[in-house]
Design a protein around this ligand. Structure first.
Ligand code: CAA
Length: 258
């Protein structure tokens, strides 16, 4: 497996794990980490033995944001020319379902990274926010767009304009987090959820994720048309026949991911 310096990467069963590992900077997302997370996620995405990916951090921090020290001296021209956060779009585009298992701080780019994932599972210690306004900037990794889609305009506006940090319970009530679990159970719960997802048929997982993405990005009629096509296409897969035969025969399906 490729050597990484800012993340730990491991495959356990059919689940690919990416652990952000810059403890000295509360997992602040610098360019190297962005490239490594993206490379690891893309590698898992092209490996059929992986059916789900989990991104996690440490107990204290999922990630405390983009690396402020790396950005501080940059000019607008440099920011544009380097497309500073550009590599994250390849992470957001992976077909495999991705779970963010969040403990501690998920601020700025950390919150935005969690929102690029499909499911956010939070420890009761998790703290979410977009404090960029305190630095004289705004969210730059999708926060102004994805937070609104997650929690609605008014809640997102309060969080982004004031920089206020939300606890895990509030984030769950707002719809950002799918479930809050005790911090000591976070990895076990993420493992169970990821293994459950990874046990399904890959073509249907890819289709479900693409249809969910379409719902985020297109008007209803277009999204419904997307779903209709994707649903029909799955009837050419071996696993659709197997899944439905298994139901009729009252047994568990043996999916072959085709
Ligand atoms: N970038 C770079 N370094 C960071 C960092 C960041 N986002 N967040 C924390 N660190 C570093 C600190 O500088 C400190 O390093 P030193 O010991 O070398 O000074 C180390 O991590 C530990 O941090 P603290 O001592 O500050 O820890 P704390 O427990 O007292 O506070 C915190 C924790 C409240 C999260 C605080 O670190 C903090 O406010 N961090 C910045 C949060 C932030 O503003 N995030 C948004 C960044 S901009 C962004 O993300 C843009 C975008 O949209 C993509």
């Amino acid at each position: 497996m490729t050597e990484y310096e800012t993340i730990l990467v491991e495959q356990r069963g059919r689940v690919g794990w990416i652990t952000l590992n810059r403890p000295q900077a509360l997992n602040a997302l610098n360019s190297q980490l962005a490239q490594e997370v993206t490379a690891a996620a893309v590698a898992f995405d092209t490996d059929e033995s992986v059916g789900a990916i989990v991104v996690t951090g440490s107990e204290k921090a999922f990630a405390a944001g983009a690396d402020i020290k790396e950005m501080e001296s940059m000019s607008a021209a440099e920011m544009r020319a380097t497309d500073h956060f550009g590599s994250w779009s390849d992470f957001a585009a992976v077909r495999t379902p991705v779970i963010a298992a969040v403990s501690g701080f998920a601020l700025g780019g950390g919150c935005e990274l969690a929102m690029m994932c499909d499911i956010i599972l939070a420890a009761d210690t998790a703290k979410f926010g977009q404090p960029e306004i305190n630095l004289g900037v705004i969210p730059g990794m999708g926060g102004t767009q994805r937070l609104i889609r997650a929690v609605g305009y008014y809640k997102a506006a309060e969080i982004i304009l004031s920089g206020r940090i939300m606890g895990a319970e509030e984030a769950e009530r707002a719809g950002l987090v799918s479930r809050v679990v005790p911090a000591s159970d976070l990895i076990t719960e993420a493992t169970t959820l990821a293994e459950t997802i990874a046990s399904k048929s890959l073509p249907s997982l890819y289709a479900a994720k693409a249809a969910l993405d379409a719902a985020m990005e297109t008007p209803l009629a277009e999204g419904l048309a997307h779903e209709k096509q994707a649903f029909a296409a799955l009837f050419d897969t071996v696993d659709q026949k197997e899944g439905m035969a298994a139901f009729r025969e009252k047994r568990s399906p043996n999916f072959i991911n085709q």
